[in-house]
Design a protein around this ligand. Sequence first.
Ligand code: IP8
Length: 261
Amino acid sequence: MLLVVKLGGSAITDKSKLFFFREQRAELFARELARVLESGRKAVVVHGGGSFGHPIASKYRLQEGGLTQEKLLGFAETRYWMNELNQRIVKALLRHGVPAATVQTSAIALAEKGSLHELNTAPIERFLEMGLVPVLYGDVVPDLSCGMAILSGDVIAAHLACTLRASALIFLMGSGGVYSKPPGTPGAHLVRELREEDVIDVGDSRGVDVTGGLRQKLEYAFKAARCGARVTIGGVDYLWEMALGVDAPYTMICVSGMRTP
Ligand code: IP8
């Protein structure tokens, strides 16, 4: 059984503070993932940019493409900080005995007009066969028509869930799931089952976000659910429950004809 886990930037960084890594959340994530792997499941991890990737990409407006000297510097700087964040996450996983091995996204991905064009999954599949846990991340990548583009970890995670026929796709977010209104707003409650026709107020993501926030996440969550993966969105605290299909406070993405765990 293969799981794709998208570790959102909001779950492991404070998106309102530049380069603020939430060490204890990363530790909890690593501990819970180690527990999930003990049950015999395999996993691919894809993490987001949080306050390491988004502010730098936004400073150079990399999401608009381009290939000027300034943009190339922005590309290199974003890659540097994404690598830094990746190292911290991998370090936490190693501390908990998870054989996490980074597969650098911009080396295997191509975009076209800002959308994913090609992702070479061969290195990921090879790592999985060996028993490793491949770790990818949202990244700045070459774009065939506009020089460069930002590929969100949500897009990569949904794509991998479909192409590798994962049994589950788990989105981990700082907010702990999808709320009827932005969390903290009076009357906001956790939506336990979300259908495409449901209307929710997605609000604005906290801090800088160059990849579309919750609205885009939900679009890709439904896409992966239609491919047959069990898709859930929740907090790091309930990773084990989401992975094993145990009921807990998280959001389940529901599409018609869905398989049950
Ligand atoms: O946080 C974006 O990935 P996301 C990565 O998963 C960068 O949307 C470089 C901003």
